[in-house]
Design a protein around this ligand. Structure first.
Ligand SMILES: NC(=O)c1ccc[n+]([C@@H]2O[C@H](COP(=O)([O-])OP(=O)(O)OC[C@H]3O[C@@H](n4cnc5c(N)ncnc54)[C@H](O)[C@@H]3O)[C@@H](O)[C@H]2O)c1
Length: 363
């Protein structure tokens, strides 16, 4: 039997929404929007790399479904995820007279998803937006959960809102044009879901490496679907990160510090998280929460995908330490660590002595 689109429901009361995943579904987006009672004026926000690849298909599909689509294209790069470019998006939306029942489509990776979501949440006190993520990282992580935001010159993602999309529309075929390094960075987040929640997903990643790297659509659909299901479950239980949602930050306490100290230029986010996951797993053995052999399994999987797993020797540990203490998720300078207890389960742990973190980073 021909496989059809996989659907996941993110349960958030009246703000619940579906995530649809399968190949070649980009052309069906317009029809999918018909049920939302939207005004005919829609905007597609994308960047100069993604729009030439997929913009016409999305725009044609929307027009065929009876909408008028305008396009707002911004330059490609994290440095454009700022209030200046939000202002540009507002200008274009106002010029095209988008109204309170209009929608904005975010077509691109996490940068486009975050800035578009932020613009949607603030334009006319909040209008609908649809996520069409085209990087693996955006498909398994940033497009789901409603965190939107832009960077400030004093800190990354410092300005933002919680604003849920109306729909997340994932076409796995878009990954065919994604550079391998970006694909692997997204896989780090998939490995994270295996460690924090689902040993079966972890096993699947171990067994099906070749299929995944060859972009087999069934294998990709499976790992994206499981990742979205896990994120949907966690977000439904704790939308605003007052408790459980913190487990999604496994690998991120040290990962963020590495990104900050290296000025966001040396590592992609997923690569820094991969290193963070290995080091935080080791912290978990130091504290006797997990066996050595399981930590080795985590590191081996990360290595097998060619992701980095070690702290670079040229990085000053003192800078990492102060960055960990300044992290916006630390409370009064006390960092929070998400530590694996086995593959498929983690605990949230505070109160790790500074000396232990120092020893760990040095070792
Ligand atoms: N909101 C959240 O919950 C959340 C979670 C994690 C990360 N983020 C944010 O996501 C951003 C990182 O997202 P990202 O890793 O997707 O980076 P990105 O959006 O910069 O995309 C990476 C690169 O791939 C290109 N690209 C995208 N899709 C492509 C495709 N199909 N084919 C070819 N090239 C393609 C982009 O133009 C870009 O050059 C960061 O700003 C981060 O803060 C947000």
């Amino acid at each position: 039997m021909e496989k059809t689109t996989e659907k996941i429901r993110v349960e958030l009361g009246e703000r619940s929404y579906d995530i649809s995943i399968w190949s070649t579904i980009l052309d069906g987006l317009g029809d999918a929007l018909k049920s939302f009672s939207l005004s005919p004026r829609i905007a597609i926000v994308s960047n100069t790399t993604v729009y030439p690849l997929y913009g016409k298909r999305v725009s044609d599909s929307i027009k065929k479904a009876g909408f008028n689509a305008i396009t707002v294209t911004i330059p490609d790069g994290e440095e454009y995820k700022d209030l200046l470019w939000v202002q540009h998006i507002y200008d274009e939306l106002l010029k095209a007279k988008l109204d309170r029942s209009s929608a904005i489509i975010a077509l691109g990776g996490g940068v486009i998803g975050d800035i578009t979501g932020f613009a949607a949440s603030t334009y006319m006190r909040g209008i609908s937006y649809i996520q069409v993520p085209t990087t693996l990282l955006a498909q398994v992580d940033s497009s789901v959960g409603g965190k939107t935001g832009v960077n400030h010159k004093l800190g990354k993602n410092m300005i933002g809102t919680f604003w849920q999309p109306r729909l997340v529309w994932i076409d796995v075929d878009t990954l065919k044009t994604l550079p391998l390094r970006e694909l692997l960075a997204g896989l780090a987040e998939v490995i994270k879901y295996g460690v924090i929640w689902d040993e079966k997903l972890f096993d699947f990643l171990e067994i099906n490496k070749n299929k995944i790297l060859n972009l087999d659509r069934d294998a990709l659909t499976y790992i994206i679907k499981r990742s979205c299901e896990i994120k949907a479950e966690v977000v439904s239980r704790d939308e605003r990160e007052s408790g459980l949602r913190a487990i999604l930050n496994y690998g991120h306490t040290i990962g963020h510090a590495i990104e900050t100290v290296t000025g966001y230029t040396r590592y992609l986010h997923g690569e820094a998280v991969a290193i963070g996951m290995c080091i935080e797993a080791r912290l978990s053995t130091m504290l006797k929460f997990i066996d050595d052999n399981k930590v080795l399994r985590i590191k081996s999987l990360i290595d097998s995908y060619g992701l980095p797993s070690k702290m670079p020797t040229d990085i000053d540990i003192t800078n990492i330490l102060s960055s960990i203490q300044l992290d916006k998720k630390a409370v009064a300078g006390e960092p929070k660590f998400i530590l694996p207890e086995r593959i498929g389960s983690v605990k949230i742990h505070k109160g790790v002595a500074e000396k232990s973190i120092k020893d760990l980073l040095k070792s």
